[in-house]
Design a protein around this ligand. Structure first.
Ligand code: GTP
Ligand code: MG
Length: 299
């Protein structure tokens, strides 16, 4: 907003790159309560190719007209080497070129295979320090990832397509019930209304605790720039969250997830670097190896 210092893109880029390369031993030093004024975070998840990036591009373009400072972080599973501009390419640059307050970054997913790691929590905190009002986080929804996203963002948007029908029934146990807003994108294709009905059917049977929030199901066609009531649904959930959420409980849950993901990452790093012969040893010896290799904060 107007009273914020201007966005320092180079500095922000450098910090994000450093965070994406940080080892768990480095990240653990920065774990800690996150009490600063925060960006409102919206996570977009859903199957590959559902149109998450295209939708985010449209939303970002719509937001770019407002005063808000908007950031996009996209975990890009399709091209671990790109590190680059896949999402940027989808943004219609003519629409956003005048916006000094829009920042987009695609991130290779090499370290995000199991969902999200401590790096993502760190990156979101970096965005906060750069005074973003709103941050969109894109991830591919594959089970565990969704739960990781849920812990880190304020609003979870699940993006599906008319062809998702077959998977709806299989998903109903957990993932489907977890989102705050449901989008059936590619509604320019047949059967969008049918899948809206299926989602609403599953949600009607859902027993999960939502403390009064009724998740809306909206249809969009991102390539036609038809966002339906998506902006309205996002605004409603934000207003509901701000009025009803227990922020202390939320922050503790986010921090628990942050710590856990950094430690998971550290254990994975130790396992990767361990000599193969270690795994001929007894469980107690293997455990001792892991314990001695865990890096305490400050090292
Ligand atoms: N027909 C139609 N195609 C769309 C729509 N939205 C996106 N697409 C197309 O679907 C393809 C995938 O779109 P993306 O935005 O890359 O989807 P994504 O969910 O970000 O994909 P990943 O990041 O690879 O998981 C692209 O070719 C888009 O042009 C839509 O509303 N209708
Ligand atoms: Mg994408």
């Amino acid at each position: 907003m107007s009273d914020n210092p201007p966005l320092n893109r180079r500095q922000l880029s450098r910090e994000l790159t450093a965070a994406s390369r940080a080892t768990a031993g480095q990240l653990i030093n920065r774990v800690g309560p996150d009490r600063e004024r925060r960006a409102y975070r919206i996570g977009f998840t859903g199957p590959p190719g559902a149109g998450k990036s295209t939708l985010i591009a449209q939303l970002a373009a719509a937001r770019a007209e407002s005063e808000a400072r908007v950031g996009v972080l996209a975990i890009d599973p399709s091209s671990p080497l790109s590190g680059g501009s896949i999402l940027g390419d989808r943004i219609r640059m003519d629409e956003v070129a005048d916006s000094p307050d829009l920042f987009i970054r695609s991130l290779p997913s090499r370290w995000a295979h199991d969902g999200l790691t401590g790096n993502v929590a760190e990156m979101l905190q970096i965005m906060d320090r750069h005074h973003f009002d709103e941050v969109f986080l894109e991830t591919v929804g594959v089970g565990q990832t969704d739960h990781a996203v849920k812990a880190l963002v304020d609003t979870v948007v699940l993006v599906l397509v008319p062809e998702s029908g077959d998977s709806i029934q299989a998903m109903k146990a957990g993932i489907l019930e977890m989102a705050d807003v449901y989008v059936v994108n590619k509604s320019d294709r047949p059967n969008a209304e049918r899948i809206v009905g299926e989602i609403e059917g599953v949600l009607a049977l859902s027993t999960g605790s939502r403390r009064g929030w009724q998740p809306p199901v909206v249809t969009t066609s991102a390539t036609r720039n038809e966002l339906g009531d998506l902006l309205g649904a996002l605004a409603s959930h934000r207003a509901w969250t701000e009025a009803n959420r227990d922020d202390l409980a939320w922050r503790r849950r986010a921090e628990r997830h942050h710590v856990q993901s950094v430690l998971n990452q550290q254990i994975a790093e130790i396992a990767e670097q361990a000599p193969v012969e270690l795994f001929d040893a007894s469980g107690a010896e293997i455990y001792a190896h892991f314990l001695t290799h865990l890096t305490p904060p400050g090292d």
